[in-house]
Ligand binder design. Sequence first.
Ligand code: THU
Length: 157
Amino acid sequence: MTNKEIKIEYYEYDSINGLSPEETNLANAAIEATAQSYAPYSNFNVGAAVMYEDGEIIKGSNQENAAFPSGLCAERTALFYAGSSRPGVPIKALAIAAGQNGVLCKSPVTPCGACRQVMAEYQTMSGRPMTILLIGSERVWRFSDVEDLLPLIFDSL
Ligand code: THU
């Protein structure tokens, strides 16, 4: 028997101003996207912003539905939009923010498992690490690889 450990690494900042100008811009796009969320059932407005390798940014937000499983998280809305808009163009970074009643959450919101799996596949397709920025108004987390959010990614097919 061998005892194995997995180490994950991420950086914490007090605000988005600690990020590079390019990443601050992406974080602001995710914050803006929270205002485009359709979340009448949870009242939890999530925004995501994807940056392609060439710097173009696209936004997505959570879209709910009365038949609950039919809705979709902000991250997957943004990633599927990115993948279908410019197939094959590598994705460099993804920022996520959330708010309630127009107020940004203080702590970073961490993505659900299904969104992590989708991020992992877009990272593999991109052939480069994807930066993930989790934006709270009082704390910001930066992951430099999806593997740090989803160790032992399923990629066996
Ligand atoms: N939600 C996201 O958009 N992203 C996540 O990572 C977690 C949850 C959405 C789904 C639903 O519309 C609302 O937040 C409450 O779960």
